[in-house]
Design a protein around this ligand. Sequence first.
Ligand SMILES: Cc1cc2nc3c(=O)[nH]c(=O)nc-3n(C[C@H](O)[C@H](O)[C@H](O)COP(=O)(O)OP(=O)(O)OC[C@H]3O[C@@H](n4cnc5c(N)ncnc54)[C@H](O)[C@@H]3O)c2cc1C
Length: 414
Amino acid sequence: MPLIFDQTFDLIVIGGGAAGFMGAITAAEAGLSSILILEATNKPLEKVRLSGGGRCNVTNACWTPQDLVNYYPRGMVALRSPFSRFATGDAVSWFNEHNLNLIEEGDGRIFPKSNNSSEVVACLRNSAKAAGVSLKKQTVVTEIQYLQEKGFLVNYCGGTCLSKFVLLATGGHPSGRRLATKLGHNIVNPVPSLFSFSLKEPLLSKCAGLTLNNVQLKLQTTKKNFFETGRVLLTHKGISGPAVLRLSAFGARDLNSDKYTANLTVNWLGENLEEVKNSLQLFRCNSANKTLISARPFLHLPKRLWATILKKNNLEFCIRWAELSKNLESKLIDGLINSRYLIVGKGPFGEEFVTAGGVDLSQVNMKTMESRLCKGLFFAGELLDIDGVTGGFNFQHCWTSGWLAGNAIAKSFI
Ligand SMILES: Cc1cc2nc3c(=O)[nH]c(=O)nc-3n(C[C@H](O)[C@H](O)[C@H](O)COP(=O)(O)OP(=O)(O)OC[C@H]3O[C@@H](n4cnc5c(N)ncnc54)[C@H](O)[C@@H]3O)c2cc1C
């Protein structure tokens, strides 16, 4: 039967997001001439535009591949090889060479100098245009047929195209996973990552809006414990902030199988038992006549949280420091550094939420991002079973996988 199609291309990229654009631009700049990006919506690069609260956290100043992989709960081992070819320094140089200046913040996150995500969108769109990449918006790809050495027939609403290569870069969208499954690939069950925790703790809601640094967290799921230290934000329903989002990322699979119920132990002070005991001893001598509520020993603990800790541990506000029994002192210490909460659900997502799970990495050649099952089919971005914690790591993996795929496709063509 003759093949019926509207047009032929060297490369069709399915999905006009960060990974798809990077793949298309790289392939075009490496010499491929007819490239088409098919994008389902009329807003390509929309996630880039929305990202980082409208600032786009492009990457993170974590310069060595060995360090960088540690920020990926899924992909930690598999990313060693891709990052040895294209890591954060390469991404920064790439954007500089494409006329976008980036700037590093104190915590290592890297943003466009203008602090405006639309500059990143413009950089990618202009670079694609300059390299001769075509873009077709509002085009949902519904089927890909693998024709072995002839390439791929790509069906979309309103037409069919033939392409020698296909780069599948559909992000966390289920339709991309369906396309990959139909071509024989396994999908690692997709679950959400980067979310806050809802806690069964009405008292804590009084502290909504407070942020604390250097808080130590221990998440206990039925299978495994996870530990994080860092900044947290108290919310009306529970707890959020970078340290919680990191916990949610590393615990994403276990939390999902436990239906988002787990134990959370919080060390509000980030100090050990000896340090806390010593501080309390000194404070008790100096503030003997003051009450627990009127004088707090750890000034970096906000008053509202201090009062909540006293209440949770049934410590009366009016007790004087001199009168605090050994037993009550241990209760207080426990409430400060070993406070237990019950997680009862996923809270709202963090800014940067991503899908954990996706195309099984054992079916992908991580040097080229080519499928091990269908020659000529490549993957990039969030569609893969790779995800990072917050801080620019999710985009970094899109730049890396897109770049590797684009280069490999151009090389295979020549
Ligand atoms: C609000 C928010 C803020 C974020 N901020 C940051 C940040 O600052 N830094 C960071 O590193 N990460 C951030 N992330 C995560 C980051 O945005 C994603 O990891 C990244 O966008 C994934 O890129 P991608 O190209 O793989 O997929 P996407 O950006 O999701 O692009 C995939 C594209 O494919 C299209 N598509 C899907 N199915 C089809 C189909 N069948 N046919 C045609 N087209 C299709 C979609 O419409 C979409 O445009 C944020 C995420 C969110 C939600």
